[in-house]
Design a binder for this molecule. Structure first.
Ligand code: ZN
Length: 466
């Protein structure tokens, strides 16, 4: 063995147990419950947890939004990810009307390759599903891009697809072995409500949630689920935020529809009251933060397995960038930083708060995202033969969040001053230590592009509760 990790408690979706992990050539070669002879380097994990590296399937590095570009590029964002115990991200290729998705994919790879600190994959964003664009989906799948992202909102930015286009993409993806992801908000309703608020002088951040109330999400989720049924396609709903949408998801699961959904730490941990604060505009994200009642529903959705994934929708801006919209909530670049703080916060508030057990946490943050997005069992699990992507985690170490200590390229944290327990002590990427004693020690280009497997609807359906 190159390395043995001794004394740790392995946390898996099915349970937790003490074992030693032997690593060779970047893979988990042995998992032993009895102590063996120790050739090679020994890492002492006594009293610590060993988690599979976190798989964050929703990040936006260097993304242009409303005249700004998200503040983390692939280098800084993936360094921060590593510090937070994330060993795989899936970001998005950027599509514009008239563009070729394959060209967009290649361009995005050029931006990331050689710079990423952790492994990465790409979803293909599609904003303009012409016949020509649809014809490229099988080639995307061959390149390992086995998921396509559509927006049911943002019509004014040229990104919204209509129902017929959603149907056509679902049909094509079902045939090609790709999963369709949707940003499910009714975009024309959100635009109409925004206009109405602006007309009546409601321009401040407290108007943001009123411009996209729960029904805007619920309606879009319901419509997308119905269209997916008609198309015989599978659907993944990004950043679900409301009790009402979750009820639609539960109904879909009762029918055994192939529909999965994620939520994000900000929707679990922050509520809409922050929009009334002096720095309220810093919290503008889309969908907006919701009520404490919605938060409780989301925790229940995770505990019950209806929400399969916690991702971050990491899309940071600096305080200065957030102010560029002036006094108009609808002109603020929308998004929050999150890739570095998701594990510690979900552990602290979710596990510590009694909402989730540690096993459900690793299911939602490692195993399920890896499974749904074609990376399992290479990623997302502690198994012989899997990549040695591991986090040594101290569940008792206290933390207080301060933007000054974080590696994300922004000068504020939505969780400034929040305290809790749980810290990443070591992150290992394919056997290489990239974070030691909480300090980043890897180098740019440690991460590689991941060619993901085709979407496997039956394997993923087996994990959905009824
Ligand atoms: Zn997003």
């Amino acid at each position: 063995m190159d390395t043995w990790i001794r004394g740790g408690l392995l946390i898996t979706p099915k349970g937790s147990y003490r074992a030693e992990i032997g690593i060779q050539n970047g893979r988990i070669a042995r998992i032993e419950t009895a102590q063996r002879e120790s050739a090679g380097q020994v890492v002492d994990a006594e009293g610590k947890w060993i988690l599979p590296g976190i798989v964050d399937v929703h990040t936006h590095m260097e993304l242009p939004v409303k005249g700004a570009v998200s503040a983390d590029d692939f280098a800084s964002g993936t360094r921060a990810a590593a510090c937070g115990g994330v060993t795989t991200i899936i970001d998005f290729s950027l599509h514009r009307p008239g563009g070729s998705p394959i060209d967009c994919f290649r361009k995005r790879r050029r931006a990331a390759d050689g710079r990423v600190a952790v492994d990465y994959g790409l979803h293909a964003e599609i904003v303009d599903p012409t016949d020509e664009v649809l014809g490229e989906i099988p080639s995307l799948v061959e390149e390992g891009v086995t998921s396509v992202k559509l927006y049911l909102a943002y019509g004014r930015d040229g990104r919204m697809v209509d129902d017929g286009q959603l149907y056509a993409v679902l049909r094509q993806c079902a045939e090609a072995g790709a999963l369709v992801m949707v940003h499910a908000e009714n975009g024309s309703l959100a635009d109409a409500l925004t206009d109405e608020l602006i007309r009546t002088g409601r321009t401040d951040p407290t108007a943001h949630p009123d411009s996209r109330p729960n029904i805007v999400e619920q309606e879009a989720v319901q419509r997308a689920v119905a269209i997916a049924r008609l198309a015989g396609g599978a659907l993944y709903i990004v950043h679900m935020t409301t009790r009402e949408a979750l009820e639609v998801l539960r109904e879909a699961h009762r029918r055994r529809d192939p529909v999965w959904a994620e939520t994000c730490p900000q929707y679990l941990l922050l509520d809409e009251s922050v929009y009334a604060r002096e720095d309220g505009l810093q919290y503008i994200a889309t969908p907006p933060l919701r009520s404490p009642d919605d938060q409780q529903a989301l925790w229940n959705g995770l505990a019950g397995g209806h929400l399969s994934v916690i991702s971050t929708d990491h899309c940071p801006f600096t305080a200065e960038q957030k102010k560029r919209g002036g006094d108009r909530f609808d002109r603020v670049p929308s998004g929050l930083p999150g890739v570095e703080t998701s594990l510690t916060l979900i552990h602290s508030r979710g596990v510590g708060g009694g909402h989730l057990d540690p096993n459900r946490m690793v299911a939602a943050m490692s195993a399920n995202p890896a499974g749904i997005f074609g990376l399992y069992p290479q990623k997302g699990c502690l198994r012989e033969g899997s990549d040695a992507d591991l986090v040594i985690f101290d569940p008792d170490k206290e933390f207080v969040i301060s933007a000054d200590d974080l590696h994300m390229n922004t000068d504020f944290s939505p969780y400034e001053g929040v305290s809790g327990r749980g810290a990443v002590i070591m992150t290992m990427l394919r056997g290489k230590v990239i974070v030691r004693e909480g300090q980043y020690c890897g180098s740019a280009g440690d991460g590689i592009y991941l060619t993901r497997k085709s979407f496997d609807v039956q394997a993923c359906l087996a994990e959905v509760p009824v």
